[in-house]
Design a protein around this ligand. Structure first.
Ligand code: SAH
Length: 214
């Protein structure tokens, strides 16, 4: 049986995103357009639009579509903004941010994933994504400050360098763990009155490993 990716995407957007309260039309459009099946291994392509995370090799996963949409919506990305992502993985979240018009800087600690994501994003013509191999808990100091920061792996605390590298008025979305299996999704906002932190919902991400990770 042939799979029709566009039809699968439309169903994903309706049944998984709109049905659960995602309303940002730009996020819905970006995820309705991006070929998520090209971000997973070929053997997994048929499962790419299911309501779950999927393995991408090296013991890592591409997040569930709803979580990608939720975090993208929370970030409130406007075209031209400079966005930092920690945890490139497959490059899918970075591609969504690029579709929203962001200038994306993304950091991945595993060399193999870093190289394949870079190649994949270039082959799709997403030239506004810069991929670097490093410990992302240190941020990307030479490119700071960032209007938005997103962390797609869960660590024990909000990495302090990321708060430092956030621009005034900026938003940072990060899973923060009480345990290594379940985290709280946290929104950090840098305002003239100080750094505000609010909890969004419980989530389950792979480990953030590094100086300010596990
Ligand atoms: N955003 C990805 C999914 C991320 S999975 C996507 O759309 O596919 C989490 C990723 O974070 C993994 O690839 C893992 O290797 C990476 N990671 C974990 N700790 C990290 C660190 N300190 N710096 C950079 N990447 C890290």
């Amino acid at each position: 049986m042939r799979v029709d990716p566009k039809r699968q995407r439309d169903r994903m957007v309706n049944d998984q995103l709109i049905a659960r309260g995602i309303t940002d039309p730009r996020v819905l459009a970006a995820m309705g357009e991006l070929p998520r099946h090209l971000f997973v291994e070929e053997a997994m392509a048929r499962q790419a639009y299911l309501d779950s995370p999927l393995p991408i090799g090296e013991g890592q996963t591409i997040s569930q579509p709803y979580i990608v949409a939720l975090m993208s919506e929370l970030l409130q990305v406007e075209p031209g903004m400079k966005v930092l992502e920690i945890g490139t993985g497959s490059g899918y979240q970075a591609a969504v941010l690029a579709k929203l018009g962001a200038d994306v800087h993304t950091v991945e600690r595993i060399p193999k994933l870093c190289a394949s994501a870079r190649e994949r994003l270039l082959s799709m013509g997403l030239f506004s994504v810069h991929v670097k191999q490093d410990d992302g808990t240190l941020g990307w100091p030479s490119a700071a400050p960032f209007d938005r920061i997103i962390v797609t792996a869960g660590g024990p605390e909000v990495p302090p360098p990321l708060v430092e590298q956030l621009a005034m008025g900026g938003r940072l979305v990060v899973p923060v763990g009480g345990s290594r299996r379940v985290q709280r999704l946290v929104l950090v906002e840098k305002t003239p009155q100080g750094v505000l932190q609010s909890e969004v919902c419980p989530v389950a991400f792979v480990d953030l490993v590094g100086k300010h990770g596990w």
